[in-house]
Design a protein around this ligand. Structure first.
Ligand code: SAM
Length: 284
């Protein structure tokens, strides 16, 4: 387990993933019934964008900083979630126009969205990140676990509340990561067919990706949506070309609002000289 999200926090993939997570939870919350939010690969929870690791890659410049330089109101909820961990001071005097100093990971964003009836259960296996996560989540109602994500994912299902959301956001540093996801998702569907599940993935090698998409399609999930963000106008072999999400059972209000939101995100995040594509399609 070498991956550390602190090198990548607030990059373009985080902007898309976190914006869509907020929209998804808000769509689920149009109904009053309690929700259980589960994060299988939670990371550290809070990241210092001016810290050594973030500065070394500079990835936030192509992500959250672009989102803050953009004024589209469809990104307001996302920007508000980032502002919420910065407090007035960090974006106030002395830091005007410089963007946020701190970046909230998925568990801190989910914690902000909780209503009194909702629950948040999060998991991180790396001991140092799990320690940081416990610190970052202090004062929130989150229950923190330190287990293997795939064992944890199945152990949490079915959720205690009738409705819930599982977020699966692995680093893909193990060669069997996609196979483990496919296997665990198939088992999760048997235990919890009506639940909402979001799976993030990076786009590098198109053929490996097409092959995996076909495997997921063959699981026969009735409502499986695929959102894919290609950053460049032509793929650049061997490098990071963007990211995607598989979303099982997205609520109707979420899918209805998706096209303009994807357009706003694509436009805000387009690298210099590229338009890119950011689209959703049903795999079922
Ligand atoms: C991409 S990061 C998570 C980022 C976070 N979801 C966010 O959006 O802020 C992936 C995390 O998964 C953790 N991880 C990797 N393999 C794991 C496993 N088998 N079980 C649990 N956590 C794992 C890594 O330590 C890393 O912190």
């Amino acid at each position: 387990m070498n991956y550390r999200h602190s090198f990548h926090a607030g990059n373009s993939a985080d902007v898309v993933k976190h914006s869509l997570l907020i929209a998804l939870v808000r769509a689920l919350q149009l109904k009053d019934g309690a929700l259980t939010l589960i994060d299988t690969h939670a990371g550290c929870g809070l990241y210092d964008l001016h810290g050594d690791q973030a500065q070394r890659t500079g990835e936030a410049m192509q992500g959250v900083m672009r989102a803050f330089a953009d004024a589209d109101p469809l990104l307001d909820d996302y920007r508000a979630a980032v502002r919420a961990v910065n407090g007035a001071g960090n974006e106030g005097a002395g830091n005007e126009g410089a963007g946020p100093l701190l970046y909230p990971g998925s568990p801190r964003i989910l914690a902000q969205l909780l209503r009194p009836q909702d629950a948040l259960i999060i998991n991180e296996k790396h001991p140092e990140d799990a320690y940081a996560l416990r610190g970052a989540m202090r004062g929130t109602p989150a229950a923190v676990h330190e287990r293997d994500a795939y064992e944890f994912w199945l152990a949490m299902l079915p959720t205690r509340t009738p409705r819930g959301l599982v977020v699966v956001d692995p680093p893909y540093e193990q060669t069997d990561e996609r196979a483990r996801i496919t296997k665990t998702l198939a088992a999760a569907q048997r235990k919890w067919a009506h639940g909402v599940t979001v799976i993030w993935y990076p786009l590098k090698d198109r053929s490996a990706h097409v092959h995996w998409k076909e495997k997921l399609r063959r699981l026969g999930i009735a409502k499986l949506l695929n959102v894919e963000h290609w950053l460049y106008d032509a793929d650049q072999p061997g490098i990071y070309n963007g990211a995607g999400l598989f979303i099982v059972n997205p609520p109707y209000a979420f899918t209805q609002g998706l096209p303009p939101m994807l357009d706003a995100l694509r436009e805000a995040l387009a690298p210099e000289g590229h338009r890119g594509t950011l689209k959703a399609e049903w795999l079922s």
